[in-house]
Design a protein. Sequence first.
Length: 326
Amino acid sequence: MNFDRLVTFPGSLPQQMDALWARQAAEWPRLANGLASLHNARVNSFNLNGATLMVQCNAARIVSTGAKIDAASIAARPCFLCPANLPVEQLGLAYGDRWLILSNPAPIFDPHFTISSTRHEPQRIMPLTGTILDLARDLAGAYTVFYNGPKCGASAPDHVHMQAIKAGVLPFERELLGELYAREGWIEWLRDHPVRVGVTRAPRRPAIILAGRDRDELVTALTAVVERLGEVHPADPEPMLNLFAVYSPEVWLVYVFPRFAHRPACYGTGPGQFVVSPGSIDLGGVLIAPRPEDFERLTPEVAGGILEEVLLPQDRFTQLREALAG
Ligand SMILES: [Zn+2]
């Protein structure tokens, strides 16, 4: 592997990640600063259409939220996920033969990992679905894996990566697990075999839920979701989505937020604008606002409106539902 700061720890993969995080938090000032920013972050919590939406004012996130990801800007900067460009203090756990598990120095949760390829290849969902499921299984329900599409929150759209946070920390995931047990009725199940496929009912945020025990059947079902989404809302370089996967004993739970836009129309630093650029975590119920002046103006209506604008509109989500049910 083309990275010379690999470390190993005893125990399962989640235990090794916990140990990596503890060591890096103790030894790497940039991560310590990122953690201080996280722990000093102000947080608001709203109820929006029955779902919890938190807003986190985390100054350290400005680098990601404000990232320029147009082709010219990407071409002009050294790739910060290529092994040769990683900070000298950064250590990595090897996962398989091509993945590095790295501590995220601007965490939104404690802990927060980036799982980055050792090869410089673009961020694409289709070749990655099996890897996401394998990683979720190996994280054994301790961590949830997620993927930001190249125009859906990824600040390195040119270098394939995933992220991981503790399972159950996201409001949407907690609400989803509650729904699976209590059946409050905000998910409409479209099919049961070989993979359970469901969609959220309005006014909940549009999401597709998949659950199954067979990895290859799940890959097939996920591929179909991506393809149908690409028909309902064609986009370059791939259908727009954010995707999460978590494994509880012998069952994968995958949830996908279909996207319509990269950033809201109000994105920017001018008067009346907001430096808010939703990715997976935002859609999972924790909206990140690095600037205090934005945080203070993010009422439930404004925050909900921003998420609605970047998510697939209800009429297209209905088309997607029909395509998945057919
Ligand atoms: Zn790279």
